[in-house]
Design a protein around this ligand. Structure first.
Ligand code: NAP
Ligand code: G4F
Length: 361
């Protein structure tokens, strides 16, 4: 039986990766940082699985990383998914973001070397944010990013990810570590954190549909001001969806697909870096079109208000990946397109709400 350690197991990807590895009959040790309240909601379903366990640890503290490794007999695979992963937050907390997202990766690599863990394989969660404002152009004029596109990071988060990415390359060359980096484009799903744009939109749509139903309202009944939507009685009041820049392009895939690519990278004889993406790109406006259309609302303009405080000091305007290398070498392909992703997120949100209703009847 193989052993794997997941740093960042309580996050969106960590929870999907734990599911995948347990299905593959791994023993999985998840590293969870101390918090005053439980952070286990995404992995609660694994609490009775005998092959899954949690240890406390924090990647900003190399002693803590050392303790995690020394507490385990044998490790085959180490996945570093831990990060301060919110780009807007990184402008407000650049030092913390650096310590976790940049230095944290270096801490793990350095402890691996000092402990002589050369038999273990390492995965680093690199990001398409590292490309920032950079892109390549194909012969037919299409802008894209792949493994050869240069990095021009646009946020403290992206700078930290670049540092970690270069650390992986260095440790691979200098110490012959089997260390790979997946340059993953945005990936989403029902387990996505609430303050990322896709989840913020789909959560709002779910809550709005439930509010209409509870108040027996139709779209024709509604009245609008700058911040709120009102029903016929005016006491029925719902806040508009506040968003920032709607014109950025993102290449959005499904997180459940992407963790399989992480695992495939560590099954290769040679470590390497791979772009993982769908190859399609859409603006936030187009995501809004898809999400509102899914619940039969064909114009979202009355429901959304722009909030200047949600614009970032610098933006990544255009992301569209090319994952030919992953397709050819790993045999990996995305299974979800944008429509499937939107329906998955909204249906899951509605199911959760209905189950909550049922519990209270
Ligand atoms: P996420 O949901 O924000 O999860 C981040 C995880 O890191 C959480 O488990 C968090 O723990 C943990 N963590 C934070 N600080 C830590 C520390 N000091 N020590 C130990 N653990 C710590 O992120 P995600 O969407 O799953 O993404 C996984 C990784 O892929 C991240 O590194 C992210 O930057 C990268 N990435 C994500 C995407 C994407 O679109 N999702 C794309 C490219 C790259 P708590 O639960 O306690 O907060
Ligand atoms: O959903 P987002 O916050 O994701 P972002 O910044 O692309 O970062 C995500 O993907 C990266 C991979 O490319 C990961 F490395 C990173 O960890 C994270 O998972 O924002 C997407 C876009 C941005 O252009 C942002 O300006 O949506 C725009 N946006 C507009 N209104 C908003 C909002 N983003 C958020 N979070 N909240 C808004 O209200």
């Amino acid at each position: 039986m193989k052993n794997a350690i997941i740093f960042g197991v309580t996050g969106q990807d960590g929870s999907h990766l734990a599911d995948l590895l347990l299905e593959k009959n791994y023993k999985v040790i998840g590293v969870q940082r101390r918090s005053s309240n439980p952070s286990s909601q995404r992995i609660n379903h694994l609490s009775n699985n005998g092959n899954f366990s949690l240890v406390e640890g924090d990647i900003t503290d190399s002693h803590s990383v050392l303790n995690v490794f020394r507490g385990i007999d044998h490790v085959d695979e180490i996945y570093n998914l831990a990060a301060q992963s919110h780009v807007a937050t990184s402008f407000k907390q650049p030092g913390l973001t650096w310590d976790i997202t940049g230095k944290g990766c270096m801490n793990i690599l350095q402890v691996m070397v000092e402990e002589g863990m050369f038999g273990a394989r390492f995965y680093q969660a690199s990001s398409s944010e590292m490309f920032g404002s950079s892109y390549s152009v194909s012969r037919d004029g299409v802008k894209y990013q792949d493994e050869d596109t240069k990095f021009l990071p646009q946020s403290p988060y992206a700078i930290s990810k670049c540092a970690a990415h270069y650390a992986v390359r260095l440790f691979r060359q200098a110490y012959d570590l089997h260390a790979s980096a997946g340059i993953l484009f945005n990936h989403e799903g029902p387990r996505r954190g609430d303050n990322f744009v896709t989840k913020k939109i789909t959560n709002w749509v779910v809550d709005f549909v439930v509010w209409l139903r509870d108040n027996l309202l139709a779209i024709e009944d509604l009245i609008y001001d700058t911040d709120y939507i009102y029903g016929k009685t005016l006491t029925q009041k719902f806040p508009k969806l506040k968003l920032g820049n709607l014109d950025a392009y993102r290449d959005w895939g499904y997180a459940g697909d992407y963790v399989n690519a992480m695992w495939l990278m560590l099954q290769q004889e040679q470590p390497d870096d791979y772009v993982i993406c769908t190859g399609k790109t859409y603006t936030i406006r187009e995501f809004l079109d898809g999400a509102f259309n899914y619940v039969n609302i064909n114009n979202w303009s009355n429901f959304v208000s722009l909030d200047q405080s949600l614009y970032r000091p610098a933006e990544v305007e255009y992301l569209r990946g090319n994952c030919d290398k992953a397709k050819n070498k790993l045999g990996w392909e995305p299974k979800y397109n944008l429509d499937m992703l939107i329906s998955l997120m909204i249906d899951s949100g509605l199911n959760d709400k209905l189950q909550n209703y049922a519990r209270h009847i």
